[in-house]
Design a protein around this ligand. Structure first.
Ligand code: HEC
Length: 170
């Protein structure tokens, strides 16, 4: 708007200069308009910029759920079984790490909750192996499942948390 005011007030008489002047004003106004557009707030339908901070109480509860139910396979420090990428001689999968080295963070919340509720039984026959992971749907409450997942997430670095949050928000 300031450009427009300057343009009108400082309007010169000579036709050649006037033409140049109008052209310059038009370019300036266009540039101002473009600037305003690129500064616009992104549409609110996109994912939130940062993942929600885990509730410390839920994380503490999740840590004890993890120690009781998950650590024997996924490791006391979420490190997974030794050589977890290999399958056992009977064709069963080994428990993957839940820390940043695994692929737990590749999955949305809905997929992770489903994995814990249904365990190895959720895997279809064509995945090329079996899983002895128990189904926790009748063992843990929804709140305990949310807590153990929040505990796992609380150990991830920020970029991985953000990635998993984006998966969840999609
Ligand atoms: C008897 C061993 C065992 C126990 C106990 C166990 N798991 Fe698993 N878990 C596995 C195995 C093996 C896999 C890999 C195959 C699969 O996805 O089912 C797995 C996979 C997973 C996955 C999917 C990870 C991914 O990246 O696809 C999640 C999530 C998971 N476990 C969470 C848990 C939680 C939470 C607990 C405790 C409440 C738990 N597991 C207890 C063996 C176990």
């Amino acid at each position: 708007m300031a450009h427009l005011l300057v343009c009108i007030i400082g309007y010169p008489r000579e036709s050649m200069i006037r033409a140049l002047y109008i052209l310059t004003c038009a370019v300036l106004l266009l540039a101002a308009g473009c600037g305003a557009r690129s500064n616009a707030i992104p549409p609110s339908t996109g994912p939130a910029e940062s993942p929600p901070t885990p509730d410390p109480q839920l994380v503490e509860q999740g840590e004890s759920v993890y120690a009781r139910h998950c650590a024997e396979c996924h490791g006391a420090n979420l490190e997974g079984e030794a050589d977890w990428k290999l399958q056992n001689p009977d064709g069963s999968f080994r428990a993957p790490p839940h820390d940043a080295n695994g692929h737990t963070w590749h999955h949305s919340d809905a997929q992770l909750i489903d994995a814990v509720r249904r365990g190895g039984a959720r895997l279809s026959a064509d995945v090329g192996g079996t899983s002895a992971m128990p189904a926790y749907g009748d063992i843990l409450t929804d709140n305990e499942i949310a807590a153990v997942l929040d505990y796992i997430k609380s150990t991830w670095p920020e970029d991985i948390r953000l990635y998993q949050w984006e998966r969840t928000s999609q």
